[in-house]
Design a protein around this ligand. Structure first.
Ligand SMILES: [Zn+2]
Length: 441
């Protein structure tokens, strides 16, 4: 299906609570209990701020308190709690075939400082509510269901972001993760040990049958369309580049202006050309966020100019093609200006598409409940991007007021939260009872 928004054929926009149970299962989520889970991970004793947000960097005292609460809550639900050697937490509900590959559900409890009460937290709360609803229904699933709290998704204290899932999916090894330091020079392994959550590598999540994460959209698409639930085909990939332009320096009162080979002028032309091609195309974005000029004197023609270039598009193929075109454009400008240019493509977040079979299951679950959904491409990285490289993975989004997140007034409308939780729970149950992933199932 296309990645453009495609609202479901259902004209109903009613919330799930009044809709009949779908044939996907008989789970009925309890909105009040869900709200209690959400509040429990945003209260002052676990990092909640007076302005209604949450400040909870990974492996902090607040994170320890939230982890203890997660443990306690999961045990009350009858789950077995473990944590691995990089602090990822799992809470496991047994399956009838307990050796079958599990279904992973959850998100992250760490936040930026100060952050909101929904980013990450909502996904863990919805996962806990899903298990509570399974318990209410006495649902004995074929497969184990594992609620996850991934370590350090935000990278706020121990960059890079998505560190916990990066290790379990093989992006980085544990030694790399352990050696990450915070602004005070404290290592991650020491910080995890101090709060009692440095565990064993044997407790890592291994192969999984499917992974499902609910998250706030952090963008305006759902709010603008009025759809309550976003089914995410992919998260936009990102490429980071440094562009270094070298020209000929000299005195500002010397030769010119004609005949000069000015690094700054050439760089400026490149920046504008990148923006113009992005605007003309409409399918990618370029951003220059940093610039350095040498030697940096008012009366000296700069011999060097360097700028960062962040480029994003809907998919990896388009992005790499656009980046090649930009590089050719920059070289032709450099030729016209008589300067040199080097482009260092130093970081990339690739974006494997999320699993289409799980997306179809999510669509059917939403349709069965009469919940209005739409395909919503993500524009910010999530743990699910790493997980998608390791097994069948999908994401759901809730609306986000004004598209604002990573701030204390981050807010997801409750009707959208409840609808998302219901679609999530129905699909998690269906996955946990699936022998294999088959869009016809
Ligand atoms: Zn998040």
């Amino acid at each position: 299906m296309s990645a453009t928004p495609t609202p479901s054929s259902s004209s109903s926009s009613s919330s799930s609570s009044s809709a009949p149970a779908s044939d996907a299962g008989s789970l009925r989520i309890d909105p009040e209990r869900l709200r209690a889970y959400l509040d429990a991970f945003a209260s002052p004793d676990v990092g909640g701020t007076p302005q209604g947000g949450v400040s909870r960097p990974a492996a902090s005292d607040a994170d320890k308190a939230a982890r203890d609460r997660f443990t306690e809550t999961a045990r009350e639900l009858g789950l077995e709690v473990r944590f691995d050697d990089v602090g990822n937490m799992t809470a496991r509900r047994r399956g009838a075939d307990d050796a079958a590959l599990p279904v992973l559900i959850g998100s992250h409890l760490d936040t930026v400082v100060p952050g909101g009460r929904f980013d990450g937290i909502l996904g863990v709360a919805i996962a806990l509510e899903t298990v509570a609803a399974m318990n209410d229904a006495d649902a004995r699933t074929q497969r184990p269901v594992v609620v996850v709290n991934w370590m350090g998704e935000e990278g706020a204290r121990f960059p890079p972001a998505m560190l916990g899932t990066g290790v379990i999916t093989g992006q980085w090894d544990a030694a790399y993760a352990h050696s990450r330091t915070d602004a005070d020079g404290i290592r991650l392994d020491d910080a995890l040990e101090r709060i009692g959550y440095l565990g064993e590598p044997e407790h890592r999540v291994g192969d999984f049958f499917a992974s499902l994460e609910a998250h706030i959209e952090q963008g305006p698409q759902l709010e603008q369309s009025g759809a309550l639930v976003g089914i995410v085909p992919r998260v936009e990939p990102v490429r980071w580049n440094m562009v270094r332009v070298t020209g000929t320096g000299g005195h500002a009162g010397g030769p010119g202006p004609g005949g000069r080979h000015e690094a700054v002028v050439a760089a400026a032309r490149m920046i504008v050309a990148a923006r113009d091609s992005a605007v003309a195309d409409g399918a990618f974005k370029t951003t220059v966020g940093r610039m350095r000029v040498e030697p940096g004197s008012t009366n000296v023609i700069a011999h060097e100019a360097e700028f960062s270039l962040d480029v994003r598009a809907h998919d990896d193929e388009t992005l790499d093609r656009r980046l090649d075109e930009l590089e050719a454009l920059f070289r032709s400008i450099a030729g016209e200006e008589g300067v040199g240019v080097e482009i260092d493509r130093f970081w990339s977040m690739r974006s494997p598409a999320f699993d289409e079979r799980i997306q179809r299951m999510l669509e059917r679950a939403a349709d069965a409940r009469g919940i209005r959904w739409q395909h919503t491409v993500g524009t910010i990285g999530h743990d699910s991007v790493h997980l998608a490289g390791a097994g069948p993975t999908a994401m759901l989004f809730t609306q986000t007021r004004d598209g604002r997140s990573h701030c204390e007034d981050e807010f997801a409308p409750w009707e959208s939260v409840v609808a998302t939780a219901q679609v999530f729970a129905d699909t998690a149950l269906a996955l946990a009872n699936s022998r294999e992933l088959d869009s016809a199932s």
